[in-house]
Ligand binder design. Structure first.
Ligand SMILES: [Fe+2]
Length: 167
């Protein structure tokens, strides 16, 4: 099946209209496994010359955006959450290791970082898709180039996430 950004956006809209919560996102996750495995889709929407983050579709009605990410280099990020936003990470190329963290001491929004302890590390390989719900603490890292399709919920809300210190 050939996917286009319009057909993908319409399908995601349908799932989220039926259920805006974690159950709807899980249906998006399962569906996205086929999308990120489609090499023609990747070629069309993830251009090597594009910036690191490109908005492919924005839905102001339901408050989500579909983003194309092309990372050229290895990178490690600090544990963080995105406040009231959720995100679905779909790996297209390369490998992303996602560390998941448990809270030891809470953080203050926009203020003092909290502390966290490593819970698990999962590897996202091409075709793998993972949902991060609101306030879930995570930190992606990669050893080399990677391409992802990522769906962000509530991308326009001005709700800063928090950063966390590992212990
Ligand atoms: Fe993140």
């Amino acid at each position: 099946m050939a996917f286009t950004i319009d057909s993908v956006a319409q399908q995601v809209r349908t799932f989220l209209l039926e259920d805006k919560g974690p159950a709807g996102r899980e249906r998006v996750r399962v569906y996205l496994q086929d999308v990120v495995s489609d090499q023609a889709f990747a070629q069309q929407y993830l251009d090597d010359a594009q910036p690191q983050r490109r908005v492919l579709y924005e839905d102001t009605d339901l408050g989500f955006a579909i983003l194309g990410h092309v990372f050229k280099e290895a990178r490690k990020t600090q544990p963080h959450d995105h406040g009231v936003s959720w995100a679905i990470y779909g790996q297209v190329a390369g490998v992303t290791t996602m560390d998941g963290w448990d809270v030891i001491e809470p953080a203050e929004p926009g203020g003092k970082p909290g502390t966290v302890k490593l819970r698990d590390s999962i590897e996202l390989r091409p075709g793998n898709v993972r949902v991060y719900n609101e306030n879930e603490i995570h930190s992606p890292r990669r050893d080399g180039p990677a391409k992802l399709i990522r769906i962000e919920g509530n991308p326009n809300q001005n709700a800063p996430g928090r950063v966390w210190q590992p212990v």
